[in-house]
Design a protein around this ligand. Structure first.
Ligand code: GRF
Length: 221
C-alpha cells in the first residue's frame, strides 16, 4: 500500500477481565485516551466485587459486570453468562489484566488468537499455576536469575502457556525485594501491553503454531 493511503482499521472492541488493582487496565484506558491505542473498552468483567479495577471503570463510565462462583455457582451458567455479556458488548478482543481465573475453552475457541494475557516474568520461566502476584517475584529472586521481565501472550487452555507476542527484559538488582522488582516490572507492563494490543489493532500479527510474527511497519521506515 502506498504511504499515506493506509485505511485505518476500526477500533478493537476490548472487553477487559480484571480481579485486582487494575493498573494495567488503567494504563490501557490512558493509552486509548492519549491516542496510542486504536480501541474502545466496551466493558470490564471481574470476579471480585472489591476489585480496584471496578472503581476505576465506574469513574470512567465503563460498563462493569461481576461474574463469580458466588453469583453463578453452576460452572456452565457462569461461562454462559460471560459469553452472553461479551456478545452484548459486541466484543471482538479480550484483555486479561490480572484476572485470577482460567478462561473457559469455549470462549478461548470463540476468540481464537484474540485473547491476550500479561505475565510479570519471562515465560516459560516462572509461570503456571500458583505463579501470580508477589509469588512470581519471590521465586525469581530466590532462584537468583539476573533478569526477569514481562511477557504478553495469547491465551490458550493452559496457564501462561500460549504463544508469546512480546517480551521485555527487566534487570533483577542485588538489593531487590519482591516488591521493588514488582514495581519495576509493572512500569514496563504498562508500556508493553498497549504496544501488543496496538499490533493487533493494526492487523500486523500472524500466528503460526507457537510462533507469533509481527509485520514491520513500513510507514515508519
Ligand atoms: C500484573 O502483574 C500482571 O502481569 C498479572 O497480574 C498483575 C495485575 O496487576 N497478570 P494490575 O491489577 O494490572 O495492577
Amino acid at each position: 500500500m502506498v504511504r499515506g493511503q493506509q485505511q485505518k482499521n476500526p477500533p478493537l472492541r476490548l472487553a477487559v477481565f480484571a480481579s485486582g488493582t487494575g493498573s494495567n487496565f488503567r494504563a490501557i484506558v490512558d493509552s486509548i485516551e492519549d491516542g496510542k491505542l486504536n480501541a474502545v473498552v466496551v466493558g470490564l468483567i471481574s470476579n471480585n466485587p472489591d476489585a480496584g479495577a471496578i472503581v476505576f471503570a465506574e469513574s470512567k463510565q465503563i460498563p462493569c459486570e461481576i461474574v463469580n462462583k458466588k453469583r453463578y455457582p453452576d460452572e456452565s451458567e457462569h461461562d454462559a453468562k460471560i459469553l452472553n455479556i461479551l456478545e452484548q458488548w459486541k466484543t471482538n478482543f479480550i484483555i486479561l489484566a490480572g484476572y485470577m481465573k482460567m478462561i473457559n475453552p469455549l470462549i478461548v475457541e470463540k476468540y481464537k488468537n484474540r485473547i491476550l494475557n500479561i505475565h510479570p516474568a519471562l515465560l516459560p520461566s516462572f509461570g503456571g499455576k500458583g505463579m501470580y502476584g508477589l509469588h512470581v517475584h519471590e521465586a525469581v529472586i530466590e532462584y537468583g536469575v539476573k533478569f526477569s521481565g514481562v511477557t504478553v501472550h495469547i491465551v490458550n487452555n493452559e496457564y501462561d502457556a500460549g504463544p508469546v507476542v512480546l517480551q521485555r527484559v527487566v534487570p533483577v538488582l542485588d538489593d531487590d525485594t519482591p516488591q521493588s522488582l514488582q514495581q519495576r516490572i509493572l512500569k514496563e507492563e504498562h508500556i508493553i501491553y498497549t504496544e501488543a494490543i496496538q499490533l493487533f489493532a493494526e492487523n500486523r500479527i500472524t500466528v503460526s503454531g507457537r510462533r507469533v510474527f509481527v509485520q514491520r511497519d513500513h510507514a515508519k521506515n
